[in-house]
Design a protein around this ligand. Structure first.
Ligand code: NAP
Length: 312
């Protein structure tokens, strides 16, 4: 059987840490090329300086995986879809909501698969939490997503530049889980966004969210911090009428009333490539703008604060 061919665009941290190993482990795609503006390469795979160069050289390529920072994603995705390629796009799927809506239309017009890969959702513990919350009365949800940007994103200046999302780069992962596990939508009521004096995007943010009147969902809070020293926290605590759920370690572990219920090794990206392959087979797309909408809404209703300069 001939495998569909895939070009990986953007050979940075996530491409090397997760995409390349997951493509190899799942064996569903043949990694035919990588695109890397600085000419960085990976063993045995042809490298191109731009996606346009790759598309011209490999007209038979079936799909692309866009692993660049989000600011350039819209242009690259349009280019790939118009060239007839299926596209898997890393989170956040675009720099703005308008860009994402445009990509949906482009995918439809091109009759190609577009997959906005919210990787944190691809954990069995997230699935189990969604199942447990389907009929629950949810008294409160508290998101705590605190990590050290110097440890996880060393030197990635794009994160603090316009279109880079700042602390929402990891924070949007929590919002992707939130929108997946809750049985009804929540809305940002207020937010505080702290932007270093020498940067464009927030380094810390708190959000207060709530559901529509009459829903079974109480207040939802999110506390995002990029300057966390020591222990790192990626957790969502849900208090329900029947007990407490702790979804921790970025969505990979679940405790029910303090008792471990599920802890699986991180195979998010293998699940992502299986899902992408299935979508292509089915002639379908999977596009979910909700996490990006919450970030955009936080920026619309949020209070902006200047804070001390940030340097690596
Ligand atoms: P990164 O290490 O900075 O890598 C980004 C790569 O994209 C760089 O190699 C960069 O090349 C390349 N690039 C930039 N513009 C390009 C273009 N027009 N065409 C082709 N390549 C281009 O960033 P990252 O951490 O991998 O993050 C990339 C995306 O993955 C982000 O959206 C992030 O949110 C998401 N993600 C990251 C992680 C993580 O743990 N880091 C986890 C999950 C998802 P140059 O350096 O040559 O410019």
């Amino acid at each position: 059987m001939t495998l569909p061919t895939l070009g990986l665009v953007g050979l940075g941290k996530i491409a090397r840490d997760q995409h390349i190993p997951a493509i190899a482990a799942t064996g569903l795609f043949h990694l035919a090329a990588v695109v890397s503006p600085d000419g960085a390469a990976t063993d045995g795979v042809p490298t191109f300086r731009s996606q346009a160069e790759m598309l011209a050289a490999l007209p038979g390529l079936d799909a692309v995986a866009l692993c660049t920072p989000p600011a350039v994603r819209h242009g690259l995705a349009v280019e790939a879809l118009r060239a007839g390629k299926h596209a898997l796009i890393e989170k956040p799927p675009a720099a703005t909501l308008s860009e994402l809506h445009d990509l949906e239309a482009e995918a439809e017009a091109a009759r190609r698969t577009l997959f906005t890969a919210w990787h944190s959702r691809f954990n069995p513990a997230v699935e189990e939490t969604r199942r447990r919350l389907a009929d629950a009365t949810i008294r409160s949800v508290a998101i705590t997503w605190k990590e050290d940007v110097r440890r996880w994103h060393p030197g990635q200046d794009w994160i603090f530049a316009t279109g880079g999302f700042g602390v929402f780069d990891p924070g949007i992962n929590a919002l992707s889980i939130l929108t997946d596990i809750l049985p009804a939508p929540v809305f940002v009521r207020s937010a505080d966004l702290h932007v270093p004096a020498n940067r464009d995007t927030p380094i810390a943010a708190t959000l207060a969210m709530g559901a529509a009147p009459g829903s079974r969902i109480g207040p939802v809070t999110a506390d995002f911090d990029f300057l966390q020293q020591g222990g790192q926290t990626w957790s969502i605590v849900v208090e329900t009428a029947d007990g407490r759920l702790d979804l921790t370690h970025g969505g990979t572990r679940l405790m029910v009333d303090g008792v471990p219920a599920l802890a699986e090794p991180d195979t998010e990206y293998q699940r992502i490539y299986r899902h992408f392959h299935r979508l292509i087979d089915d002639g379908a797309s999977d596009i979910d703008p909700r996490p990006l909408s919450l970030v955009a809404d936080a920026c619309l209703v949020g209070r902006w604060h200047r804070t001390v300069s940030f340097d690596w």
